[in-house]
Design a binder for this molecule. Structure first.
Ligand code: GLN
Ligand code: ZN
Length: 722
């Protein structure tokens, strides 16, 4: 059977991509050296593909993000030099960034600024397709437009038609003989008129004489038959994360086109159940010409298991990107009756008892409705919290982290590598906390944080402390540009053996009379930024994590901590692509959050934080989380948020970010005041907190201190005026 793969990570086994690009930014690498380095890296990638599969797309390599490349190729933005190119990625004139579907990858969002676009095949300083003839990788017009912003709805169809024509023009200019066209937006819930637009626009693909593979992923396509009727040679579908819906439709479709069957999971690390999959492939090949493939791009996985520090028991159950290619190659043979032994050796061996902890399972099984409900209700506990906390009007606070300086990162690494004793490390962290408390004292903030100096990453930190979650050591994945993170693997039942954060928080509290927030990462965010079991319901995993956090909060209370913040920045992103699946998701996500705090004392104030501002769609769910205070991002989103709060009846306290911490710019008191004044038109002043958009770990103290000073000055002024 034909084997096909796509989306292999561009990062490189040793994060060569990151090193190359960042060295260029730092002026340590010439443009020629950068181009040569990237060329070599891509060559290695393609050699890896060739080792395992017959066919794969060419020209996947970007210097930052393929959406940007597409925008440049079709003249939506202009860039003459590589510096222009990178200016669109970062810095003052950068495009906005947002999450790519329901993943933790961020793409650059093309902005049409409300104007009807006109496209023009253009030269980009980064030509992904240099020398490419076969299987040229392109983002499809529909996905490109669907994920861009401020495209007037009335010109959507026209734009789609025009962009499709330009794509063909580009293909013939380049002399492509075949095309790999990625169109994941086709898995969204689409109105009929968009399906019609797709049908009309893509009928133009007819003019391209070579093969076109149209690839979808991340979920099912609601109108799969339509895709098979387009003038393309092959259709790629996700048969892993489609809830069985693609398969159901395939049973009814008759087509002589190639079915690119995505049966190897591109988003999770568990090994494939090869014999079961090969059976499925056999059945599919009765009605289709089939190519075995991955179900979504492989860049959501670390490059390779080679050199992994995972324990053997886990190591033999997982596959990273390179091993997924191996699975595809094995499946191609297995359907034809070869490589049975290798397949038996490799195949998924995870059993329900792996990582099992019956005490945790039992605790979850015993949960009752009241375990998810905090008592008394908000009004009643508000009075008690007021009495204990005694906060002024417009309380000021920050989101949790303070600058992770070169020194902080260096010392943490030394400790991790065993080159610094635990005692010396703790002394250092205490020193940093003490400094942070002194600074907050001096700035006169109202609610303090300890600064999170001991945390490299808000998920990995907890993964290291919790049972049932493994960290990967070198399992890096790009989250945007050159920014990487290491998703942990939730492999078994999760439990807390001992307090995870209490020591640092209690230490911070001992240094001040102001309340210090206990700082936790919420269950849904831990799950969203990790790999999790597919054979255990995610709700079960979420409740297990929640129970661990619940114990942590109880220890906070015992240590005299009065405010706890449970961060859930990933709650929106983790929501399924199709809204009809939202209820089921939010049901467990919210219950998990509520389980964390349902048994706290009425006096204990529960905060949450989410760093985005598109709340309209989810506000009704968010309300159900039953926190006392929420902090959200607001400084960049002008009026949008306010519109939301104008419409809903929201009785909780809210901190709208008054400082965009993504930029080094220090906002003035007046600029912050403008945001507050606008907000006060819809949010009662008694409910209003003043804080930055997000944590300050990427900022420098030189920016943090003046910005926070402006913020506290503003609060003083507002109190006087009100
Ligand atoms: N408490 C975290 C911090 O301040 C929150 C980070 C986030 O929202 N992503 O860094
Ligand atoms: Zn945030």
């Amino acid at each position: 059977m034909k084997t096909y793969a796509y989306g292999f990570p561009r990062l490189g086994k040793n994060r060569e991509f990151k090193r190359l690009i960042e060295s260029f930014w730092a002026g340590k690498l010439s443009e020629g050296e950068l181009r040569e380095g990237i060329r070599k890296l891509n060559q290695k990638r393609e050699e890896t593909y060739s080792k395992f599969v017959e066919d794969f797309p060419r020209g996947e390599m970007t210097l930052y993000d393929p959406m940007l490349d597409t925008a440049l190729t079709f003249g939506v933005y202009k860039a003459e030099t590589l510096n222009d190119y990178f200016n669109l990625c970062r810095g003052k004139n950068a495009l906005e960034m947002t999450k790519w579907f329901n993943t933790n990858y961020h793409y650059l969002v093309p902005d049409f600024k409300g104007e009807r676009p006109s496209f023009k095949v253009s030269q980009s300083p980064w030509d992904r397709h240099e020398g490419v003839k076969e299987r040229a990788h392109l983002i499809a017009p529909f996905t490109f437009l669907k994920l861009s912003k401020n495209l007037p709805e009335s010109s959507f169809k026209e734009a789609l038609v025009e962009l499709t024509e330009k794509l063909i023009e580009y293909a013939s200019l380049k002399g492509f003989s075949s095309i790999h066209l990625e169109d994941p937006a086709l898995v969204m819930e689409l109105p009929l008129k968009e399906w019609k637009a797709v049908e009309e626009a893509y009928s133009k693909l007819e003019e391209f004489k070579g093969e076109i593979f149209l690839i979808t992923y991340y979920d099912s396509v609601e109108n799969l038959e339509l895709l098979f009727n387009l003038p393309v040679s092959g259709v790629g579908v996700d048969l892993v994360h489609d809830r069985g819906e693609n398969l159901k439709q395939l049973e009814k479709i008759k087509s002589d086109k190639l079915l690119i069957a995505g049966v190897v999971d591109g988003r999770n690390v568990w090994r494939n159940d090869l014999f079961k999959t090969s059976q499925l492939l056999k059945e599919l090949s009765q009605n289709f010409k089939v190519a075995v493939s991955n179900a979504s791009p492989l860049f959501h996985l670390p490059v390779s298991l080679a050199g992994s520090s995972l324990e053997k028991e886990l190591l033999e159950k997982v596959a990273f990107a390179e091993e997924k290619l191996y699975e595809i190659s094995l499946l191609g043979e297995l359907v034809e009756g070869r490589k049975e032994e290798e397949a038996r050796e490799w195949t998924c061996k995870i059993g329900s008892s792996f990582g099992e902890d019956l005490t945790v399972r039992e605790k979850v099984a015993k949960l009752k409705e009241e375990d998810f409900t905090r008592k008394p209700d908000y009004k009643e506990r508000l009075e008690k919290q007021k009495a204990v906390l005694n906060l002024p009007l417009f309380p000021t606070t920050t989101i949790g982290s303070f600058p992770q300086t070169e020194e902080v990162r260096r010392v943490r690494l030394l400790y991790k590598r065993g080159k610094l004793s635990e005692e010396d490390y703790k002394t250092f962290i205490r020193g940093e906390i003490t400094k942070a408390i002194e600074i907050q004292e001096e700035l006169n903030l109202d609610v303090f944080v300890h600064g999170e100096f001991e945390r490299s990453d808000m998920v990995e930190f907890f993964a290291e402390k919790l049972e049932g979650i493994a960290t990967t050591g070198n399992g890096w994945v790009i989250s945007y540009g050159t920014r990487c993170y290491r998703p942990p693997i939730i492999y078994g039942d999760v439990k807390r053996n001992s307090p995870m954060t209490v020591e640092e928080i209690a230490f911070a509290q001992s240094k001040t009379d102001k309340p210090v927030k206990g700082m936790l990462t919420g269950p849904t965010t831990i799950i969203a930024w990790s790999y999790t079991r597919e054979d255990i319901p995610t709700s079960e995993v979420a409740y297990q994590i929640a129970l661990a956090l619940k114990e942590e909060i109880r220890d906070y209370e015992e240590a005299g901590i009065k405010i706890v913040q449970i961060d859930e920045p990933a709650i929106r992103e983790k929501a399924p692509i199709k809204k009809r699946n939202w209820k089921e998701y939010f049901d467990w996500a919210i219950k998990a959050f509520r389980l964390c705090h349902s048994s706290v004392k009425p006096e204990t104030q529960i905060h949450t934080h989410m760093c985005y501002s598109e709340f309209g769609e989810i506000i009704e769910y968010i309300k159900e989380m039953d926190f006392d205070v929420i902090s959200i991002e607001a400084s960049r989103s002008k009026g949008d948020i306010l519109e939301v709060f104008e419409k809903v009846n929201f009785d909780r306290q809210i901190g709208l970010g008054v400082w965009d911490i993504h930029s080094p710019y220090v906002p003035t008191k007046e600029e912050m005041k403008e945001i507050v004044e606008r907000a006060l038109r819809v949010i009662p002043k008694e409910n209003f907190w003043i804080n930055p958009d997000c944590g300050l770990k990427t900022r420098r103290w030189e920016e943090v201190i003046p910005a926070l000073r402006n913020m506290t000055e503003l609060a003083k002024e507002l109190r006087k005026e009100n």
